[in-house]
Write a protein that binds this ligand. Sequence first.
Ligand code: ZN
Length: 54
Amino acid sequence: MNTNFQIELKYIDNDSVSCSGDGWTQSHPLVYLDLSSGEVVVCPYCSLKFQKRK
Ligand SMILES: [Zn+2]
């Protein structure tokens, strides 16, 4: 009964990550997201989710 198809969370080994879309259906200008807080960061363009790997 897992009906939610939310975008998967991507774990990153660095304090920041660059995103330019998922490479399939979406693309956008390259942006850098700050992951240093340890919280989940959502890309403002494509809604991909990133979190620093603990
Ligand atoms: Zn993005």
